[in-house]
Design a protein around this ligand. Structure first.
Ligand SMILES: *Cc1c(COP(=O)(O)O)cnc(C)c1O
Length: 465
């Protein structure tokens, strides 16, 4: 049986009609119809009659296949992917190793439920995460399906371990769309509007946001501002956990001033507060370190991961100090699909790709390319108020020239111009005025350069009066 599986997965690599998509998806931008093309428009009509209106899409082209850094639509248009399905396909889309692992596992068993009859791939992913996440202490991991579910469970664990209620989160934070994580998320429209009442005992503290903070404010000063507010309005003895994205994602790729995260981690350590890094967007080599916390040597008590974990398969995790994780008695954590075996083997294959292809180093190179090019552009394009980020997680904040006033209209214009030219870009930010770039870390240099050329034309092409 083993040899059958081995040969079928080997065939997957060479057979251009299945598996190894990199061999068939040409790494090239090419538009053969208007966007969206006729087949996408047909699907859009069916969708309008079938799919709930509350589910949005950034670009109305329907995917037919994807590989590496290219998405091919149903009309045969090839788009450069600078979004990775929101930081998910870090190892490239339809990575051959991930695809083969998924096919092989799906043929063995697709589900038994880990809380019914457990299986090795789940254990192996936990071992992997315990090994690669920051911190030399003994760790445990629990697996879930989505990022929001990981955040919810991290909070459950922290509350159970501390016997305290309050969750501290930050301005611009994004932690998900479930009830508790909506309460933790900062932005009202579209994430929260009309969806209340929200979970209680969530307290929002001021974030370090160098572009918008008083000139010269250090990370230590910003942390002090947050801590004074937490002390005055909550009291450390009531705080179960502090949850923070080391680089904020949906909230605008906000990179806190150096020292901010470290000062908060130290405060948490002193006061018995569980410090939780939400690395759902920033994890798995995305920022040029395996985890964004590592850049400043910050070690969280718990870390939540998802998005880039499994090459596109749904999986998430909470990893952290054994004594915290094990504070929950057996049966307290779980879920029907949590840690699905097909997703687990995908995670193992995706991590092998990160290591074999040196994707941490690749992210650093991509970061240099992005920051250099965008900083250069900002010199001649006054609406680029701030260029920031690390590795494959870089953004420009768009403002009215000469001010820090957000310009979401100009941001949408630039993004739409990129889409029309066949480059997938995403926006974000509490004020909707941040254009973010999250290319797959396997993207080839030429494709990335071409994507940036298109972006440069989009930015400088026309400016709102
Ligand atoms: C995307 C995201 C989440 C939510 O993940 P889902 O899988 O969409 O539930 C939580 N936190 C951060 C930082 C994210 O970027």
């Amino acid at each position: 049986m083993d040899s059958t599986l081995a040969s079928s997965s080997a065939a997957g690599h060479s057979d251009t009609t299945s598996g190894g998509s990199e061999s068939v998806v040409r790494q090239k931008r090419e538009l053969v119809t208007e966007l969206p093309g006729p087949k996408s428009r047909e699907l859009a009509a069916r969708r309008a009659a079938a799919v709930a209106g509350g589910v949005g899409s950034v670009i109305p082209v329907y995917a037919a296949r994807a590989g590496g850094g290219v998405v091919v639509d149903v009309d045969g248009n090839s788009l450069i992917d600078l979004g990775s399905g929101i930081a998910v396909t870090t190892v490239g889309n339809a990575d051959p190793g991930v695809a083969a692992a998924v096919a092989q596992q799906a043929a063995l068993y697709t589900h038994t439920c880990f809380t019914v009859t457990p299986y090795e791939p789940y254990v192996e992913v936990c071992e992997l995460l315990n090994r690669i996440t920051p911190g030399d202490f003994e760790k445990r991991t629990a697996l879930f399906n989505s990022g929001a579910e990981a955040v919810e469970n991290a909070v459950k664990i922290a509350r159970r371990a501390t016997g305290r209620d309050t969750v501290v989160v930050f301005e611009n934070a994004y932690h998900g769309r479930t009830n508790l994580t909506m309460a933790m998320t900062a932005k009202n429209v579209p994430y929260k509007d009309g969806f209340g009442p929200f979970a209680g005992e969530v307290h929002r503290a001021p974030m370090s946001y160098p572009f918008r903070d008083p000139e010269g404010m250090t990370g230590a000063q910003a942390a002090d501002r947050a801590i004074r507010q937490i002390e005055a309005e909550v009291g450390a003895h009531n705080v179960a956990c502090l949850v923070i994205e080391p680089i904020q994602g949906e909230g605008g790729f906000v990179v806190p001033a150096p020292g901010f995260l470290g000062a908060l981690a130290e405060y948490c350590r002193d006061r018995g507060i569980v410090f939780i890094a939400d690395e759902i967007q920033s994890g798995f080599a995305r920022t040029g370190d395996l985890f964004a916390c590592e850049f400043e040597g910050v070690v969280p008590d718990l870390i939540t991961t998802a998005k880039g974990i499994a090459g596109g398969m749904p999986l998430s995790a909470v990893t952290g100090r054994a004594e915290l994780m094990d504070a929950v008695p057996p049966g307290g954590l779980g879920g029907t699909y949590a840690g699905n075996p097909v997703a687990c083997v995908a995670a193992l294959a995706a991590h092998a790709r990160v290591e074999d292809d040196g994707l941490v180093a690749a992210a650093r190179r991509i970061g240099e390319t992005l920051l250099t090019r965008l900083t250069e552009l900002a010199k001649t394009c006054p609406q680029l108020g701030d260029v920031r980020g690390r590795g494959g997680m870089v953004a420009v904040e768009i403002v009215r020239p000469g001010t820090t006033d957000p310009d979401p209209v100009e941001t949408a214009r630039i993004s739409a111009a990129c889409h029309a030219a066949g480059v997938i870009t995403l926006t974000c930010g509490t004020f909707g005025n941040v254009l973010r770039l999250l290319p797959p870390l396997v993207i080839d240099d030429g494709l990335l350069a071409e994507g940036l050329d298109v972006l440069a034309v989009a930015i400088s092409g026309q400016r709102t009066a």
